[in-house]
Design a protein around this ligand. Structure first.
Ligand code: GLN
Length: 434
């Protein structure tokens, strides 16, 4: 008997996939024969992995990321690689070199990003599960815009071995699914210690979600409902919070003053790390070679000019500037101080409450092509970046609609209390279902 395969040839109306595997092999295991879509910045042996970039077009990794290894051993079928903003830099999937992904809920709108392909594949029912990566919201933003569940796990809970690094001190691979139970089942498979990623911990997630907010204290930072948050989104999220209250949670308002600096700190840190992480794309080891007799540094720059899109070039330049001698103290060191302030705010709030809740995104999905100004795009990340700066777990669960477009409720927890966060999302999901 040969290896069983899962036949997968979807009508990809939303440009969710960059590569599909028509007959994906699988074995026995808890996910036996279930199709999983994998974001295209996660290495898959023998399957092209482009990170949504021309510079990696045609690149086929010789090895699997740790999470892919775990999925395969759990019996999952890797059915394809999903579209994304180039190297994870963006919030709409419009920065992909291979065209934007469309939102299955309204194809004229963005699906969010950068894991927009994964979110669209799940939302459209092409797969039950997908993996995304979240550096500053890239799992939660598209989950919110497409009406699915997405978790950024605690930093260190899921191995980043084989994830093409964008900003390694901030990012985590995480699960995306239509229900909290599916998301939790995927998390069971992908979490745990990996000797190949020294930032992982011996804290595997082995949990079945159950309703559990009775007696929990839920903090609502007033900054999460500040100016810039669509009042209609705010009102849907307040209704969702009252469901948690009905289920027995005590809701307490609190304050996170470091939110003033969080976005600026995030963009200095992520561009700095990106400028270093992306230095390896030199056209020698990766990327199509350019026929040239130029001196090496000019050839290097020429290859990167052709291979990288405008957002990636912008961020590499910003990061290189922020780290340059004379400016390091002015920008990078200050950003690290602000990052510390964000962590301190979380610790202080978590002394009083068990969970923090608020909207995932300040608005619902907007029309494709609407936000061309990079700054306007960066501003949409304000509610998701704090969890990355502090490394805490954060989930987005669908909690209603504004004019037919989904809204996400974001729930954050103490480090390594991903179980608690998932249980709270499950409580909400069950609470509205009954
Ligand atoms: N939108 C944010 C950025 O562009 C977050 C991206 C991400 O989480 N990968 O950096």
């Amino acid at each position: 008997m040969g290896t069983p395969t899962l036949h997968f040839s979807p009508k990809d109306r939303y440009n969710a996939f960059l590569t599909t595997v028509e007959d994906a092999p699988y074995c026995e295991g808890p996910l036996s024969g279930r199709g999983v879509a994998v974001k295209d910045n996660i290495s898959t042996a023998g399957i092209e992995t482009t990170c949504g970039s021309l510079i990696l077009k045609g690149y086929t990794p010789p090895y699997d990321a740790h999470v892919v290894d775990l999925l395969i051993r759990a019996g999952a079928a890797i059915v394809g690689k999903t579209n994304m903003d180039e190297f994870g830099m963006g919030s709409t999937t419009e920065q992909s070199a291979f065209g934007p992904t469309l939102n299955p809920r309204d194809p004229k709108r963005v699906p969010g990003g950068s894991s927009g392909g994964s979110a669209a594949a799940v939302a459209a029912g092409m797969v039950d599960f997908a993996l995304g990566s979240d550096t500053g919201g890239s799992i939660r933003c598209p989950a919110s815009y497409c009406g699915i569940v997405g978790l950024k796990p605690t930093y260190g809970r899921v191995s980043r071995y084989g994830l093409v690094a964008y900003s390694n001190s901030l990012e985590q691979i995480g699960p995306m699914a239509r229900t909290v139970t599916d998301l939790s089942n995927l998390m069971v498979v992908i979490s745990g210690y990996d000797p190949r990623d020294s930032t992982t911990c011996e804290r595997p997630y082995r949990h079945k979600p159950h309703p559990s907010v009775k007696g929990s204290k839920v903090g609502i930072p007033e900054e999460f409902f500040g100016e810039g948050v669509d009042p209609r989104v705010a009102s849907v999220v307040w209704d969702a919070i009252s469901v948690l209250e009905e289920e027995g949670a005590e809701v307490i308002t609190c304050s996170m003053p470091s939110m003033t600096y969080a976005l600026a700190a995030y963009y200095v840190i992520c561009t700095s790390e990106a400028s270093s992480n992306l230095a390896r794309f030199d056209g020698v080891r990766y990327g199509p070679p350019v026929e040239t007799h130029l001196p090496w540094h000019e050839a290097y720059s020429e290859r990167r000019r052709i291979g990288f899109g405008p957002e990636v070039r912008r961020r590499v330049m910003l990061g290189t500037f922020a780290l340059s001698s004379g400016y390091y103290g002015k920008y990078y060191a200050k950003a690290q101080v602000a990052r510390q302030m964000v962590s301190a705010d979380f610790s202080r709030i978590f002394n009083e409450v068990d969970l923090i809740a608020g909207p995932t995104m300040p608005s619902t999905a907007f029309p494709l092509g609407e936000k061309t100004d990079p700054l306007a795009m960066y501003l949409t990340d304000i509610l998701t970046v704090p969890a990355n700066l502090a490394g805490v777990p954060a989930i987005s669960v669908p909690c209603g609609e504004v004019e037919g477009m989904p809204v996400g409720l974001q729930i954050m927890g103490r480090p390594f209390e991903d179980e608690y966060v998932i249980d709270a999302a499950f409580t909400y999901e069950q609470g509205v279902a009954t």
